[in-house]
Ligand binder design. Structure first.
Ligand code: SF4
Length: 428
């Protein structure tokens, strides 16, 4: 006997923040400007370590099967921030009051309730468990962070990562450094040559976003401080260490390319092994060439779009253009680096015809190795307003977009995290 399709009911939050499911109205979701019932194959049980939000000034919308119409509820809409390794397939549907505040910089997934559990519009895109922490007792993390700072009292970078990033920002990469596992973060840069609308470390005074989840770092570490972090992490994560420049609490690492090159050379000269990765906006091709020559293993290029117009609207680059990003990718590939694109995925925009075609053309043209599908952390209305008027074509949906990527780019790895490379560097 065929089972009936999954049809979650709407969830809402009252003024006190109590979340409950509606007895009758069905969950609806939003892709761009379109409000629709979620496709059952785009729903998953809410993953552990996801966070629920209620959305102030936004009345929840549900679907009445009898009248076949949308109904607005007096309670607030609810959304979920998905645990890492998951990509959102739709945003929550709501009716926004004129005085509603701009939402803080998180990614908002649509949630509903069925079979005694919450469901989320998302798909798991990476099997790697490096950012799961539910088995780690908070007391252990706290102790390891304190021990790390105590062991390297003169190292400002360790103090920043273990003291601020791991304990205050709950940064997963910094927490993993404290635990001695997976990928270690190496932030170095105080400045940036872009002004992303959703930058999580710095916003202009006139920005509609009042707070950033992290603060831009206020010192520049020395090569010796950086290498001390790398050597320490390499001594604890011995199977597949990854060292990643370019983190949420900094600006653009390529603006500090000579410093990074000096640190990489020092680390490699001392026999340092493992994958050295750079998360970047890839704005400076000569700087990418310098780092490749110094011993970098991989480059991850973040972008909201592979079209110059939407890219410029969001990144607001100063002194470079999308063409420089493409040049950097080309240099990285010809230098033998493993290249990932980090697509800041926004359901209803990234999965439209124009966006997908441009992305696939870039991946094919430059033979990009990996596509990371991470969520764009932003108030959905703010982003749609920014992109208003651009041709986008029909929305294929996340699942069809992934199918097309697999069909047209069969070599492409899809994921969420920087993969460790077997030949990450340092000799065999
Ligand atoms: S490129 Fe990174 S650091 Fe620079 S503005 Fe954008 S998000 Fe912020």
């Amino acid at each position: 006997m065929a089972s009936s399709p999954l049809r979650p009911r709407m969830v809402t939050a009252d003024a006190a923040g109590n979340i409950r499911d509606h007895p009758r109205l069905l969950m609806v979701c939003r892709k761009g400007e379109e409000i629709l019932l979620p496709r059952p194959e785009e729903l998953i049980p809410l993953p552990p370590e996801s966070t629920l939000f209620f959305l102030p000034g936004r009345g929840a919308l549900g679907f009445d099967l009898d009248s076949r119409a949308l109904e607005e509820h007096e309670d607030q809409a609810v959304a979920a921030f998905a645990a890492p390794a998951h990509t959102l397939t739709a945003h929550p549907a709501f009716r926004r009051a004129p005085n509603a505040p701009v939402l803080p910089l998180f990614a908002y997934g649509a949630v509903g309730f069925a079979h005694n559990r919450l469901y989320l519009c998302a798909k798991k895109v990476d099997a790697d468990r490096r950012q799961e922490f539910r088995a780690v007792p908070p007391a252990l993390l706290e102790r390891q962070a304190r021990e790390l700072v105590a062991r390297f009292p003169g190292n400002r970078l360790i103090r920043h990562l273990a003291g601020t990033c791991a304990r205050i920002y709950n940064c997963p990469a910094a927490r993993n450094l404290c635990l001695g596992r997976y990928e270690a973060p190496l932030p170095v840069s105080r400045v940036c040559n872009a002004r992303c609308l959703g930058c999580i470390s710095l916003q202009d005074k006139e920005s509609p976003i009042s707070r950033t989840p992290q603060c831009r770092m206020e010192f520049t570490p020395s090569p010796e401080e950086i290498v001390e972090v790398m050597r320490h992490h390499g001594s604890r994560e011995t199977s597949a260490p990854i060292f990643s420049f370019g983190q949420g609490c900094e600006g653009e690492p390529l603006t500090e390319a000579p410093l990074i090159a000096a640190a990489i050379r020092l680390f490699r000269a001392g026999g340092g092994r493992g994958t050295i990765n750079l998360n970047s906006n890839a704005s400076l091709p000569e700087a990418v060439a310098l780092l490749a020559e110094a011993g970098l293993s991989s480059l991850r290029v973040s972008l909201n779009s592979a079209r110059p117009g939407p890219y410029a609207r969001y990144y607001r680059p100063a002194g470079y253009s999308f063409e420089h990003v493409v040049q950097s990718i080309r240099i990285a590939k010809t230098s033998g680096l493993y290249v990932s694109l980090n697509l800041l995925f926004f359901p209803g925009f990234s999965d439209t015809e124009e966006e997908l075609s441009a992305l696939i053309a870039l991946i094919r043209q430059e033979r990009v190795d990996c596509l990371q599908l991470r969520n764009l952390n932003i108030d959905p209305d703010l982003y749609l307003d920014l992109m208003r008027g651009l041709p986008t074509g029909p929305c294929a949906g996340y699942i069809n977009a992934v199918k097309r990527l697999r069909r047209e780019c069969p070599w492409l790895r899809l994921g969420y995290f920087n993969p460790p490379l077997e030949d990450g560097g340092g000799g065999s």
